[in-house]
Design a binder for this molecule. Sequence first.
Ligand SMILES: [Zn+2]
Length: 202
Amino acid sequence: MYLSGHLLSSIALAKIIHKPLGVAFFPLAIAAMAVNLIDADHLIYYYRDTGVGNSFLLHPLHEFWAFVGLITCLVALILKPYQNLIFGLFFALLLHYGLDFACNYVTYDLAAIIGFEVCCLALLMLLFRKDEQRSKYYTFFVSLWLVCNATLGFETLVLHWQPHLTRGIYLTSVILNGLFILIFWRLFAGQSKTKKLYVKNG
Ligand SMILES: [Zn+2]
């Protein structure tokens, strides 16, 4: 899966599971978005991957997915105060690996990937429809989708970067991932504090 699909689905997952897990949405959303930084492992052996290869056979954090999952569960058992948040992180990991597996299954069919991203956007619109800051969330989601895909399109169609020849294509993805975490933090951290305060006072 490409970056925008990973990030949008992670936020949707955080929105859906934060209540059953008993954790606040904001930290879980940040953690779930950060999980996708595991794709930084593509920077090491970028020359093995043509962009449609099976990550589970090519990149270390994907090859050892079971080990990464197990470590996350063990950390959750040790860090009891953050247990539910780390379990949320574990589910975000499963989602990331699951989507990579699904993309590999359809050999990175662009129509299927864009279709999935549009479904994620629609789901997010639905999930945030009652939020008082929904316009801000909607703007963030659509901007994220457009910027990530425009960047990828520019690199492949205009600059003619090829994944197995240019490490930059993976580097941009990691930088954009970090950048959108920061933007999300800047935009919505205040709202999270207000909500906490409201619960305390109420
Ligand atoms: Zn991946």
